[in-house]
Design a protein around this ligand. Structure first.
Ligand SMILES: Nc1ncnc2c1ncn2[C@@H]1O[C@H](COP(=O)(O)OP(=O)(O)OP(=O)(O)O)[C@@H](O)[C@H]1O
Length: 581
């Protein structure tokens, strides 16, 4: 039950709200039971008084009935209001809590999770946690307090009545919940996993629609989704039918409790220990008291789903980032040169190093290119430089300070990246630019877009900078997206610039224009480019050629053709030796 304890700690800031919501729920329940009991007593007493012709004071009981009815209505409204407010606050804070733990895990630790599964955790699993509060915690407290008060009340009339009432309340409020918790545990856990799997399959199906259609696999994907849906529905059906059964069983317990009460109390009426109106009151009281335990079987049935959701969330929250945060504050480099000293790195589970003993010095304000074929380790080098992973041996320094001594955000504040994969958010062009610098004025946005040669295009759009770019920027061309990336880098104004194949996939004219924009961006910055294309590198001061994670050659741009022939054509070792020589 450690999940329960941990959840309780997360709920702690909302204790005030919970207490208030629980008090409102108890008040409502007591008002309802009072209403039923008083009504039973009142009707019978009035009938008896009418038959015997005795005058009776009906103002007090009528006032009690009216008062209870008003408290019940107001209490229920208040209870819903308070508990919904508390739930929404709780859910909102849980999402932020989860996201705060998720963010440092990206990208290294999250590669094992599918985005659909993560989405399911952040949405459905967090939603499931609110069950614990509204459907478990509040009803359990309300039931405990109410059962105690109801038993005291019956005890006032006769211990036997109290024992009988308590037994049936415990059967419905403890026995049935235990049964439904056991029955609900396995399907509850499966539902949490099936919901994640379903979301993953649907996201894959939608995102990969073009490929699935091209290869005629849509039917197969549909069958996969159908299979998961069926399993999900089977488990949900089982929970629903168990829920129906337990609700019927609660009703049965209430009826049995009523029979037992009548069986015990009718003789007491005969010998005068209980008055006839009191018998009617006790009968209706008994039936109404089961409202206190009615929600418990379902609450405990949902516990399995809730705890499974908590486990899935804690599994992510407890994951340590690939690179632990340093204990001290981040250093402040005085200059922004880049140094790689004998860097070796293996991805977890891989036997072959992605980078082996790589050294490189890029003086502040100079430009270097790392070239190599696919899989030669270029992106890995960027991942290490950005502190997404830590080298197994060797060191990476910026201005002489080890990147591992920086907090991730502090380090990345000094670095701007322009890559072929520029992620554009489903919002306006303005918002997409502002992520680089939320404080930037309209003038600064326009200036950056002018340098990136995209301002004229944006100005001609009907909504200008307020144009919606669509999901992943579908309304912009690849070249336009790349220019937005250049504008973002300009707005960020970081001293180090990493370029990851920025002109990949563009036609010659667009590439030329983008290079002009990049030339302005590169002014006075330390630039590191990764590319597999040997052409057009005359603007860099030095080149490092990688081959399967190892240094193949280094020098100025003139060494590129030879070295590239070795890496791209994968020719024999003689040429590689020649190239490095
Ligand atoms: N996240 C990862 N987990 C495990 N292995 C990885 C991971 N990323 C890359 N690799 C492996 O590390 C090696 C270097 O990959 P890397 O992405 O750095 O190459 P690259 O030169 O950038 O290739 P490309 O030009 O295709 O992007 C490859 O063998 C690749 O399979």
């Amino acid at each position: 039950m450690t999940e329960l304890k941990r959840l309780w700690l997360l709920f702690r800031p909302y204790r005030g709200w919970m207490l208030l919501g629980t008090l409102a729920a108890i008040l409502t329940l007591i008002a309802n039971v009072t209403l039923m009991a008083a009504a039973g007593w009142f009707l019978t007493a009035m009938a008896a008084a009418g038959i015997s012709g005795v005058a009776m004071n009906y103002f007090t009981p009528a006032a009690l009935i009216r008062g209870s009815a008003m408290i019940r209505t107001g209490g229920r409204y208040g209870e819903r209001l308070i508990n919904h407010e508390a739930t929404f606050r709780l859910i909102a804070s849980l999402r932020v809590w989860f996201y705060r733990h998720l963010e440092p895990l990206a990208p290294a630790r999250l590669q094992q999770y599918h985005s659909g599964d993560l989405l399911s955790r952040i949405r459905a699993d967090i939603d499931a946690l609110d069950n614990l509060y509204v459907r478990v915690l509040v009803p359990v407290v309300v039931a405990n307090v109410s059962i105690f008060l109801f038993t005291l009340f019956l005890l006032f009339y006769h211990p036997l009545l109290a024992v009988s009432g308590l037994s049936f309340l415990l059967l419905a409020g403890v026995g049935l919940p235990i049964w439904s918790q056991r029955r609900g545990q396995a399907p509850g856990q499966r539902i949490a996993e099936e919901e994640g799997a379903l979301r993953t399959a649907v996201v894959d199906g939608v995102q990969g629609m073009a490929e699935l259609t091209l290869y005629g696999m849509t039917e197969r994907q549909a069958l996969r989704i159908d299979d998961i849906s069926r399993r999900l529905v089977t488990d949900q059906t089982r929970l629903s039918s168990d829920h129906g059964l337990t609700q019927a069983a609660v009703g049965l317990c209430a009826s049995l409790s009523l029979w037992a009460l009548l069986w015990l109390a009718i003789p007491m009426v005969h010998d005068g220990r209980i008055l006839p109106p009191q018998l009617a009151m006790l009968a209706l009281f008994t039936l109404a008291s089961f409202e206190a335990v009615a929600p418990l079987p379902q609450a405990f049935q949902m516990l399995g789903r809730t705890l499974a959701a908590a486990r899935r969330l804690f599994a992510i929250v407890d994951t340590q980032p690939a690179v632990p945060a340093p204990s001290g504050i981040s250093p402040m480099p005085a200059r922004f040169d880049i140094e790689l000293a004998q860097v070796t790195f293996n991805y977890p589970g891989s036997s072959k190093p992605a980078l082996a003993e790589i050294s490189l010095q890029v003086p502040a304000g100079s430009r270097a290119a790392v070239i190599g074929a696919t899989g030669s380790g270029k992106s890995t080098l960027f991942n290490l430089l950005l502190r997404f992973w830590a080298p197994d041996s060797g060191a990476i320094r910026i201005g002489g300070k080890d990147v591992l001594d920086f907090h991730g955000d502090d380090l990345r504040r000094h670095i701007a990246v322009v890559s072929q994969h520029t992620y554009l958010f489903d919002t306006t062009i303005r918002e997409n630019l502002l992520i680089a610098n939320p404080e930037a004025s309209q003038g600064a946005l326009e200036a950056a877009c002018r340098v990136a040669q995209i301002h004229d295009f944006i100005s001609e759009l009907p909504d200008g900078y307020d144009t919606w770019v669509g999901e992943t920027g579908v309304r912009l061309s690849g070249g336009q997206g790349r220019r937005i990336a250049v504008a973002r880098a300009l707005l960020k104004d970081a001293p180090i610039l990493l370029l990851d194949e920025p002109t990949e996939g563009l036609d010659a004219a667009t590439e030329r224009d983008l290079m002009q924009a990049l030339a302005k961006l590169m002014t006075d910055r330390t630039v590191l480019l990764i590319t597999h294309r040997p052409a057009g590198l005359d603007w860099v001061d030095q080149v490092l050629v990688l081959d399967q994670g190892r240094e193949l050659a280094r020098g100025d741009a003139s060494i590129v053709p030879k070295a590239t022939a070795a890496t791209l054509l994968a020719v024999g070792p003689e040429l590689k030796t020649e190239a490095s020589g």
